[in-house]
Design a protein around this ligand. Structure first.
Ligand SMILES: Cc1cc2nc3c(=O)[nH]c(=O)nc-3n(C[C@H](O)[C@H](O)[C@H](O)COP(=O)(O)OP(=O)(O)OC[C@H]3O[C@@H](n4cnc5c(N)ncnc54)[C@H](O)[C@@H]3O)c2cc1C
Ligand SMILES: *[C@@H]1O[C@H](CO)[C@@H](O)[C@H](O)[C@H]1NC(C)=O
Ligand SMILES: *[C@@H]1O[C@H](CO)[C@@H](O)[C@H](O)[C@H]1NC(C)=O
Length: 532
């Protein structure tokens, strides 16, 4: 077998590119002053202090503040609409004040924590808008005895993992593989990671939350009530308010976990291999996550597996000998590492060989965006060998777009589909991600068309009625809201795809807590009064 070349798997640490953009529009100085006065009136912080967290377009730091956490280069071009203000709260009261003052100034508010929204909805709007940038609200409090962590929304997954490992080698958390993802969007959207078959989603392990509502009230689980607490665990925070903290349940991990990766080419009975993988991955021991990646390269396609076993290598090797003999896994193929080292390996497969230390997870990698498009699907029926061969052919034909298959099952089957807004539980074998990334400006259409073509060709193999999608993999092709007379009908289109029958309950919650639809974006939950 060929020596694996797995560089492309390190999709988290993107190329470091320096972009310098000039701020085009002449800024309106009045809005800055009015907003600052309002904020001074509505918080106990002095206007001198507040002046440091309110950035008008004329502020020399505006562009840096805007672009550091804009994680898709498609939305950092000179043509991209810019916010009139960017505000970086340092305390919860600043968030409360910002909501009151944005309303008073008739500015739409976009909330951004880590800025990983694939279609940029957290930092771009067609209406006059401000960005509430939560990146500085990034405190983490870990209580090993109580087995809890309280995190502010600006915390990244990497920071959370590192801070847990500092306090305990026997605890972890089940969230995104990529260490720069922000917890504000990730948890409120129902994010997952490589331990989902063992522990479920982020939202399955949230025990409390604090949110600022449309009136500027600060609410916790008790004061927000059951419905709102349900909605912000997967329904997306941005439809309901500004999440200012989550309390998480720490999860037990063993002293050593096991990781491995392997790769097959077309000439290595790839379809038999993938069919075999398909039988095993969604039903095997819930501690095992066998991610499959299909990636075009030249005139061919490669199948790779990246795997995580929350246990030791001996146990994994005998499990695979029994269930997945075609894999041919030997102990020498496995790496036993501490849980925090496994986080490094997943973020960059070369990191351990290169001697990197977990401290690197504290780095935020600002301004490191690529141009990208992502889409998602769910697979509910096994794909035949012919089907897989067809898929390989299409991937080669279209080029540049890869597919990642994340097996479900395990804990994902045990949680009721209406326990949280995330509906894709029992009955789903895999979630698929379509991914295409590029480095050249002005090529958006060329590359997004490739992803769309592959998505269309996958129709026979994926869920239908609705063709469902993963909310955290934001994709405006699932439908958008224009906030006009058809707001409810428009919202239903993407709402049903992301939330299935949970959509109706989300609408009820939205209507109760934000009837004026202050918190909105192109894919927010619509209010019922807009129902035609
Ligand atoms: C490189 C990369 C890797 C990824 N890997 C994974 C993965 O392994 N697993 C997975 O599940 N997903 C993954 N994602 C998707 C990710 O979960 C979502 O993009 C998530 O929404 C990111 O959260 P954020 O705070 O960084 O994003 P943002 O862009 O800041 O926010 C995303 C959405 O949440 C809203 N929001 C953000 N903060 C708040 C808040 N405090 N209160 C209310 N609303 C808020 C925003 O307004 C926006 O609508 C990945 C994305 C990228 C770019
Ligand atoms: C701030 O408060 C003062 C006194 O209550 C009031 O006169 C003024 O209009 C307020 N300004 C803003 C911008 O809210
Ligand atoms: C395991 O390692 C051997 C020796 O390097 C290699 O030939 C084999 O392909 C590997 N197996 C897997 C599943 O990666």
């Amino acid at each position: 077998m060929a020596k694996p070349s797995l560089a492309f798997l390190s999709s988290c640490f993107l190329l470091l590119t320096v972009i310098t953009l000039s701020v085009a529009e002449a800024p309106d100085p009045a809005i800055h002053d009015t907003f600052l006065k309002c904020l001074t009136n509505n918080t106990k912080t002095t206007s001198e202090e507040l002046a440091k967290i309110v950035f008008a377009q004329s502020n020399p730091s505006f562009t840096t503040a805007l672009q550091d956490f804009a994680r898709n280069k498609r939305f950092t071009t000179p043509q991209t609409p810019k916010p009139l203000l960017l505000v970086t709260p340092l305390q919860e009261s600043h968030v409360q004040g910002a909501v009151i003052c944005a309303k008073a100034a008739k500015l739409q508010m976009r909330i951004r924590s880590g800025g990983h929204d694939y279609d940029g909805l957290s930092y771009v709007s067609k209406e006059p808008f401000m960005i509430l940038d939560m990146s500085k609200l990034n405190a983490i409090t870990i209580d090993v005895k109580a087995q809890t962590a309280v995190v502010q929304p600006g915390v990244t997954t990497g920071e959370l993992y590192y801070k847990i490992s500092e306090k305990s080698k026997l605890h972890g958390f089940s969230a995104a593989v990529c260490p720069t993802v922000g917890l504000g969007g990730h948890i409120s959207g129902g994010g997952y990671g490589n331990m989902l078959r063992n522990f479920g989603l982020t939202v399955d392990n949230v025990i409390d939350a604090k949110i600022v509502d449309a009136k500027g009230n600060l609410l916790d689980k008790k004061s927000m009530g059951e419905d709102l607490f349900w909605a912000i665990r997967g329904g997306g925070g941005a439809s309901f308010g500004v999440v200012v903290s989550f309390t998480l349940k720490l999860l037990p991990v063993p002293a050593k976990v096991t990781v491995f990766s392997t790769e097959r080419g077309m000439d290595e009975k790839m379809s038999d291999f993938v069919v075999e993988w398909q039988k095993v991955a969604p039903v095997t021991d819930k501690r095992l996550f066998l991610r499959l990646l299909l990636q075009p390269g030249g005139n061919s396609v490669k199948a790779s597996i990246m795997a995580m076993f929350v246990g030791g290598a001996d146990e994994l090797v005998s499990l695979m000998a029994k269930e997945f003999p075609l894999l041919g896994l030997k102990k020498e193929n496995c790496t036993e590492v501490s849980w925090i080292e496994s986080v490094l390996w997943w973020s960059d497969i070369k990191s351990l060989e290169n001697g990197e230390k977990p401290e690197i997870l504290m780095e935020r990698k600002p301004n490191s965006a690529k141009f990208l498009k992502r889409k998602s699907d769910y697979i509910q029926k096994p794909i035949s060998k012919d089907g897989w061969e067809m898929i390989f052919k299409r991937i080669i034909e279209i080029g540049d777009t890869g597919l990642t298959f994340n097996p479900y099952g395990g804990k994902m089957d045990e949680v009721a589909p209406d326990a949280t807004p995330f509906p894709h539980r029992k009955g789903n074998l895999f979630k698929v991600q379509y991914s295409v990334s590029w480095n050249e400006a002005g090529k958006d259409e060329t590359y997004t068309n490739k992803a769309n073509r592959l998505y269309n060709l996958m129709t026979p193999y994926v869920s239908k009625n609705p063709r469902s999608a993963f909310f955290c993999y934001r994709d405006v092709d699932n439908g958008v809201n224009t906030f006009g007379a058809n707001s409810y009908k428009e919202g239903e289109v993407y709402g049903i795809r992301y939330f299935k029958t949970n959509f109706e309950r989300l609408v009820k919650v939205k209507t109760a807590v934000d009837p004026e639809n202050f918190f909105r974006n192109e894919q927010s939950i619509p209010v019922l009064s807009a129902k035609a």
